[in-house]
Design a binder for this molecule. Structure first.
Ligand SMILES: [Zn+2]
Length: 332
């Protein structure tokens, strides 16, 4: 998945004005988060963007009495039951039991009680669909740290993403590893060969993409890698999400435990695909008006060129992939 449905960037002037809404995100047990919205001026409603399958209605529970959540065609709305204005509301948000398709997961569970939060699903919208001028405070559980971009801290207070865009923030015990290419937070549950492969692959891929696409990334990206492998031994699932200067990988299925040719192939190809999204996001702000297949297809094509250029694929692999892609296109 691309984060290339890039939103209009937050107004630059917002960054210096005090926030209209302060959002605090407090880590609870079992991957749950206590979310507090503090409004500078009372409002009648908080609006949120679309999130599939009624996720908020199922997984958000109000702690402040007298509130309700309504599902709209293009999102959700929090109001008081009596319709009056309010200046604060507290709720508990729990991770979903199923993976939400074609969207960022609001909360992803990491090993040792860690969680990764996608701020976009918690960030209220204006009536015109832009983002409210908001700041986030992240309060990890005792002993845990908050990690976002270059920061690792006991807490982040009144924080805004340096990319002026929704972002991933990790809360948990993991220590990031900084290489020349990335600042990585890799789940302790990930098999060793995965992190070895990642650290071996990224320098080659980044250097190839910088050369082929004509520029290097201005901001060192974060990688977050979760590995809730689970008990399905034959499963080999890779899901990736890219945002400006961040990408997230979730590996599920027992087939990741061994470094098989198949697992290695999926890992390399998908990781390069996500890396291409980082260059796409850096090259130009996207628009929802651009059909998904354009940046997804381009990321697949550039990943194939990269695999060939790095000698990880031979000409026959490349041709087979091209034929498969063509068949898929004509089939749709
Ligand atoms: Zn993608």
């Amino acid at each position: 998945l691309a984060g290339v449905a890039l939103e209009t960037m937050t107004q630059a002037s917002d960054r210096t004005r005090p926030a209209d809404i302060r959002v605090s995100v407090e880590q609870q047990g079992d991957g749950a988060l206590r979310i507090t919205y503090d409004l500078k001026k009372p409002r009648k409603a908080l609006l949120f963007g679309a999130l599939a399958a009624g996720h908020r209605a199922r997984r958000w529970e109000f702690e402040t009495p007298g509130f309700k959540l309504a599902r709209l065609d293009d999102g959700d709305r929090i109001t008081r039951n009596d319709g009056a204005k309010f200046n604060s509301v507290v709720l508990t948000a729990s991770p979903d039991l199923i993976r939400i398709q074609k969207d960022y997961q609001p909360i992803t569970a990491y090993g040792e009680g860690g969680v990764m939060v996608y701020t976009g699903h918690f960030w209220p919208l204006t009536a015109r669909g832009g983002r409210v001028n908001a700041t986030f405070s992240f309060m990890p559980a005792p002993g845990a740290k908050a990690v976002a971009f270059g920061a690792r801290a006991d807490r982040l207070t009144d924080w805004r993403s340096p990319m002026a865009h929704p972002a991933f923030v990790y809360m948990g015990p993991l220590q990031p590893v900084e290489t020349r290419e990335v600042m990585a937070v890799v789940d302790g549950a990930a098999p060793q060969w995965i992190s070895d492969e990642f650290y071996a692959l990224t320098p080659r891929v980044f250097s190839h993409l910088a050369g082929a696409l004509g520029f290097s990334l201005a901001v060192k990206p974060n990688l977050f890698l979760a590995a809730p492998l689970g008990r399905e031994e034959a499963r080999l699932s890779y899901s990736g999400d890219a945002l400006p200067a961040q990408f997230q990988i979730t590996l599920e299925g027992g087939a990741w435990r061994e470094r098989s040719p198949k697992a290695l192939g999926v890992f390399r190809r998908s990781t390069i695909h996500e890396a291409v999204h980082l260059w796409q996001a850096a090259a130009r702000p996207g628009s929802e008006e651009v059909a998904g297949w354009i940046h997804e297809g381009a990321a697949d094509a550039i990943a194939a060129e990269t695999l060939l250029a790095l000698g990880l694929w031979n000409a026959a692999d490349y041709t087979a992939d091209f034929d498969r892609a063509r068949e898929e296109c004509t089939g749709e």
